[in-house]
Design a protein around this ligand. Structure first.
Ligand SMILES: *[C@@H]1O[C@H](CO)[C@@H](O)[C@H](O)[C@H]1NC(C)=O
Ligand SMILES: *[C@@H]1O[C@H](CO)[C@@H](O)[C@H](O)[C@H]1NC(C)=O
Ligand SMILES: *[C@@H]1O[C@H](CO)[C@@H](O)[C@H](O)[C@H]1NC(C)=O
Ligand SMILES: *[C@@H]1O[C@H](CO)[C@@H](O)[C@H](O)[C@H]1NC(C)=O
Ligand SMILES: *[C@@H]1O[C@H](CO)[C@@H](O)[C@H](O)[C@H]1NC(C)=O
Ligand SMILES: *[C@@H]1O[C@H](CO)[C@@H](O)[C@H](O)[C@H]1NC(C)=O
Length: 383
């Protein structure tokens, strides 16, 4: 608890400090003023459950032997700002889930595969590299998995057995004040396809099935008694070094005003729109349950627009802090932590991108703040 409070206080101080430094952008000012105390605390959330991929993993991949062998997140520089502790988080420090837990006044979530860990405040089922669709489905579409087979339905099975042991007689009561985070998940399904050379039109065809499995999972979770569920969409990863590098040598690439790959971000808009429609329909079906879309897409563009005012370096907004080579400091087979890319940049807090496909803790902190502002009215908290 002392640890959580310390982090909250430090963040508060940083926010206040920035407030002094920033003049200009009204939205930024307003946002900062609103950040002074943990905002989700008044929602009375007592447990958090997370499903997802490397955007949310806090150590499950490191506890699966095949996944562990593929990843470098168990070694520094990963975690260099998490008390020099590489826990499997894909960042230099905290991730969105950590900030959400802190804003709820809860301890950080343990990975569900950690033995003998405390799960009294929830559990994190996310695994780096996990897909929404099953390994079998993706193989049938000629998309190979590279990290893990622990897709969304596998993570749901873990949840079911967890609940069997902690609340078998009355899960609805046990989960009354809990928050479920279903995603982001599905980003890897499409990125694997694209990285393996599938044209974007082909990748587009699996999106309805991704949305279907996410919605099906939300139904399962509701069946256990969940009442508050956040379903984040995808980031505009056409602004990230990994996708920019894939588009770099195509002569026909179109960039938007922020130098993001427009074709990819258009595809992401299509994906996010389908997901939002499905969430909307589900909300009509369950008027008593808050199923909320997490708008990572607009959160990221907001950050990109305000990055310089928030203290990020204008020259490195699309350059990975930890990586090597190319225009974006990203080379697929020399990713962060691999030979040749064992060290990070001098000051990660001035970069948005940590390793080319994930963000720095500073970027995640700002994104969480935007997100909480956006979702709070829909969470039905008693103010
Ligand atoms: C790293 O974090 C883990 C999990 O929070 C903790 O058990 C461990 O003691 C930490 N190690 C160091 C060196 O701080
Ligand atoms: C993942 O699933 C595929 C298809 O069922 C199987 O061939 C592969 O061995 C599995 N990989 C791991 C790491 O379990
Ligand atoms: C792009 O082209 C350059 C020069 O031909 C080459 O060195 C580089 O590896 C290519 N990058 C990618 C991502 O294909
Ligand atoms: C992206 O979508 C916009 C709006 O529909 C369209 O005008 C633009 O041509 C699209 N860009 C690409 C590269 O497909
Ligand atoms: C919705 O909630 C109200 C009040 O808690 C309850 O009376 C009603 O039965 C619920 N309806 C459904 C469909 O769950
Ligand atoms: C690229 O990453 C390395 C660490 O892997 C870092 O030292 C370097 O400063 C980064 N390059 C740029 C241009 O930021």
């Amino acid at each position: 608890m002392a640890f959580v409070m310390r982090v909250v206080v430090i963040h508060l101080l940083i926010s206040l400090l920035l407030l002094q430094l920033i003049k200009g952008d009204d939205d930024t000012q307003k946002l900062l003023i609103k950040l002074e105390k943990p905002k989700l605390q008044k929602c009375g959330i007592d447990r958090i459950y997370q499903f997802g991929d490397s955007l949310s993993d806090t150590g499950n991949c490191l506890r699966e032997s095949y996944c562990e062998a593929q990843t470098k997140t168990g070694k520094l520089p990963y975690g260099m700002n998490f008390y020099q502790n590489a826990t499997g988080r894909c960042s230099d420090g905290f991730i969105i889930l950590d900030y959400i837990a802190m804003e709820c006044g809860l301890p950080l979530l343990n990975p569900s595969l950690e033995e003998n860990a405390d799960f009294s405040h929830g559990a994190n089922f996310a695994v780096s590299g996990a897909t929404a669709l099953s390994a079998e489905y993706l193989i049938s579409r000629n998309i190979a998995m590279s990290f893990t087979n622990s897709s969304l339905s596998v993570q749901l099975q873990w949840m079911s057995s967890h609940f069997k042991s902690v609340c078998s007689n009355d899960c609805a009561k046990y989960l009354e004040n809990s928050l479920f985070l279903v995603g982001e998940i599905g980003g890897d399904d499409v990125t694997y396809g694209f990285k393996q050379g599938r044209p974007i039109e082909e990748v587009r065809r699996i999106v309805p099935d991704i949305v279907k499995i996410i919605i099906q999972s939300v139904r399962t979770i509701i069946g256990f008694g969940a009442t508050r569920i956040l379903v984040p969409g995808n980031f505009p990863s056409g602004c990230f070094p990994i996708i920019l590098t894939l588009y770099m040598n195509k002569s026909s690439t179109v960039y938007d005003e922020y130098h993001c790959a427009e074709e990819w971000n258009n595809f992401t808009i299509y994906y996010n729109n389908l997901l939002q429609q499905a969430i909307h329909e589900l909300n009509r079906e369950y008027p008593n349950i808050s199923i909320i879309y997490g708008d990572y897409y607009n959160a990221y563009y907001w950050l990109l627009r305000n990055a310089v005012a928030l203290g990020f370096d204008k020259k490195t907004l699309q350059i990975a802090c930890c990586g090597v080579g190319g225009e974006y400091n990203y080379t697929e087979d020399k990713r962060c932590g691999k030979p040749g890319a064992e060290k990070a940049c001098a000051d990660p807090s001035t970069y948005l991108s940590w390793d080319g496909s994930h963000l720095t803790q500073n970027a995640y902190g700002w994104i969480t703040k935007w997100l909480i502002d956006d979702i709070l009215p829909q969470l039905n908290c008693h103010v």
